[in-house]
Write a protein that binds this ligand. Sequence first.
Ligand SMILES: [Fe+2]
Length: 135
Amino acid sequence: MTEIPWRPDWRVGIAWMDRDHAILRRLADRLFAAASGDTAPAQVLAVADELIRHARLHFHKEEREMDRLGHADEVQHRFQHDHLIHELEHLRAELAREPHPDPAPLASFLHHWLDDHILESDRPLAAALRADAHR
Ligand SMILES: [Fe+2]
């Protein structure tokens, strides 16, 4: 099972966003690691829960900033957040049903989502935040 490689263009240049994204990536890595070892099912679910909790907190911060800025892409950006949480919860519920849960689908879904979302939606938000900071 692979680790999620860090992509330099995932760095958006807003410290708290970069920090949060690094944490999400680390949590997905822990899920990949759990998929390859024989981690207790309860522990796999605990990592999945932490990931969902962190994603919610992070999205809340981004959405608050989008509100403050009147960000043009806010509706679509929020929709992507809601969709991710919905999908993560669905995958987590599937994990909970398995006697030997395989967290790889959840980790790999998050990896691809991060890739698309950071590049397409978070980078423009970070640019708007930087512009706002210099006003
Ligand atoms: Fe976002």
